[in-house]
Design a binder for this molecule. Sequence first.
Ligand code: GAP
Length: 491
Amino acid sequence: MANKQQDAMASLVSLCKRRGFIFQSSEIYGGLNGCWDYGPLGVELLNNLKQAWWRAMTLREDVEGVDASILMHPKVWEASGHVANFTDPMVDCKQCKSRFRIDVLIEDLSIKKKKKIVRALDETALQGQVRDEQVIEEFDKRVSTEEQMESVVTTLVSCPQCGNNGTFTDAKQFNLMFKTFVGPVEDSSAVVYLRPETAQGIFVNFLNVQNSTRQKVPFGIAQIGKAFRNEINTKNFLFRTREFEQMEMQYFVRPGKEDEWFEYWREQRMQWFIDLGMSKDQLQWHKHDKLAHYAKDAYDIEFKFPFGWGEVEGIHSRTDFDLGNHEKFSGKGLKYFDDQTKEKYVPYVIETSIGASRSLMAFLCASHCEEMAPTADGGEEKRTVMKFHPALAPQKAAILPLVNRDGMPEIAQSLTKDLQKHYRVFYDTTGAIGRRYRRQDEIGTPFCITIDSETLSDQTVTVRDRDTMNQERIALDAVKQFLFEKVGGSL
Ligand code: GAP
């Protein structure tokens, strides 16, 4: 089973490179770990995903948008708690000098090793034949706090790099923010950070937005932008990277109303994934037991990746922590004045925070499908299909003249030009029609429009549906309207 899932992941990563979705950053120099580039199809998919989020979050009366700068005053990160708290406990191997995050070392332990550790901690535990679930349960009971993890790692875990035992240093806290300097002098007074989340650019602009738009609480501010984290263990393709994009929205509410808005946004955000084609059994909620320094309550939306369940979005009830702290650290009032009740208060915040790149990977995994399909000669062959929702698909249609003569290319080119005013479409004349369909299936183009001999006589075309592979004839001059109905957009 595990091998099958690894194969599925490997085949997706290879398709992403081959067809121009995702490339390794600086590949010709051997790559830069934790950074990825979007190719011609990847950037279309990413833009479509961001647009779907932006439309869902801001085409309503009570949410405004901003685009704040990546570099911010360094005090922002003191106020937000990131300077003090945005750390991971790390150990170094004294032998080979490799550095590891403690929680990742624990996460990567095999069942066999976990069983050994439980027995080392308690001689009476896990005697005789035991099931894997029992091992996990007993292990988690004994190794859950940061102190317990550190003690296990430094005494019972060997270095994954050099294999030595007992060579780890005591744990040190490592801050995940990237530091740089403004201006020519590289001293401590010039330190700034690449933002580790986009949220703070929203908080510091709370009053600017409220005053300029005259929004009344409750209202939200949305933003899409880059974030940077010096992750020690980047892994699983786009899942954990050092440079990524976030799509965040902070919704400001009257204190006491946060629980009902928390439920509202949880529902909205789960529905967004379903509306874009994910099935309910690919998604689940995970409630945080251990809350971040700012949170009163927090849930993750998790997606079932081939390597297991992983967070794609967090919904956080952040209280007045951020605005309250920015008031303290900046000395500027950030209270909201309710002109009906004449009250002044610091609003509470519900945050929805989704990674654009991580959710793009979730949509890639959810759409990737290898299945048997009938061939023209009555046989069967394997076809790879990316079953993207039409709104996300990088190309909306392929325009295919059946043969490269008899006026078919001219009609196809003219249709392509017309559709290109509204949609990204692709004109393709090379190869047998079946092979052209397969090439489009592999990149998730929802519709193939074929110009054939009947088009010459009755001005109709065939439209082939990517998922059902059914074909229907429609009038040539109805193609634009057809795409509009299926894909959306504006004519
Ligand atoms: N403002 C709250 C915040 O940043 P988070 O849970 O740390 O919360 C939110 O991050 C989302 O950002 C995650 O659910 C994930 O989708 C994305 N994300 C976080 N770290 C990431 C990384 N290293 N690589 C890719 N995406 C990441």
